[in-house]
Design a binder for this molecule. Structure first.
Ligand code: URA
Length: 214
């Protein structure tokens, strides 16, 4: 990337986002608390991710007079949740975009190779020419994200954004190299990955913390 090229990485540094993220990182936060915080934090992040949604003026009548007022333009947004942990972010985004269509991709990480293996793919019927937001809490190696985005691009959406809670430098670099057109939104860029592909300092296994599994 040249020095004049704006980065596709957006770290959302809003104080409420950072405060809630700290609570989520804390290992003493309960499953219930983690889930509630994820929902709230995802709603706050959704506000930033949808900031450039196109609007058009429509004529309405207020109780006082007729006016031209802005409304979201065009086709419904498509949210794509990467199973299983993406569901936590999905619910938070749907709080403010309740009309969005929703797709799911099931990917698991081969523990030896750390490569993504797909086991489920279900999308709404119309994805072509729509704006997609792919959600997954942890951008770690980036392999799952790259696999998901590569598959989704075959459906020819108008644009794709990637929304996560935490990103590791390695995951960001991998994703940016494979998909330089995809903007990444995260609440924090953490230090590194451990030998098992977990983010440090991180928050542990997002799926386990959402669902109370181990
Ligand atoms: N997935 C997680 O749930 N946590 C990590 O730290 C990395 C990947």
């Amino acid at each position: 990337m040249s020095e004049s090229t704006p980065s596709t990485l957006h770290v959302i540094e809003h104080p409420l986002v950072q405060h809630k993220l700290t609570l989520m990182r804390n290992k003493n936060t309960s499953t219930n608390g983690f889930r509630r915080l994820l929902n709230e934090l995802s709603t706050l992040m959704a506000y930033e991710v949808t900031r450039d949604m196109p609007v058009q003026l429509v004529e309405i009548e207020t109780p006082m007079e007729t006016m031209q007022a802005p409304m979201i333009d065009g086709k419904k947004l498509v949210l794509v949740s990467i199973l299983r942990a993406g569901g936590g972010i999905l619910d938070g985004v749907l709080n403010i975009v309740p009309g969005a269509r929703v797709g799911h991709i099931g990917l698991y990480r081969d523990p030896d190779t750390l490569q993504a293996v797909e086991y489920y793919f279900k999308m709404p019927s119309e994805v072509a020419e729509r704006d997609l937001i792919v959600v997954d809490p942890m951008l770690a190696t980036g392999n799952s994200a790259v696999a998901a985005l590569t598959k989704l691009k075959q459906l020819q959406p108008r644009s794709i954004k990637f929304l996560c809670l935490l990103a590791a430098p390695q995951g960001v670099a991998t994703l940016q190299q494979a998909h330089p057109d995809v903007h990444i939104y995260t609440a924090a860029l953490d230090r590194e990955l451990d030998n098992h592909g977990y983010i440090l300092p991180g928050l542990g296994d997002a799926g386990d913390r959402i669902f109370g599994t181990k």
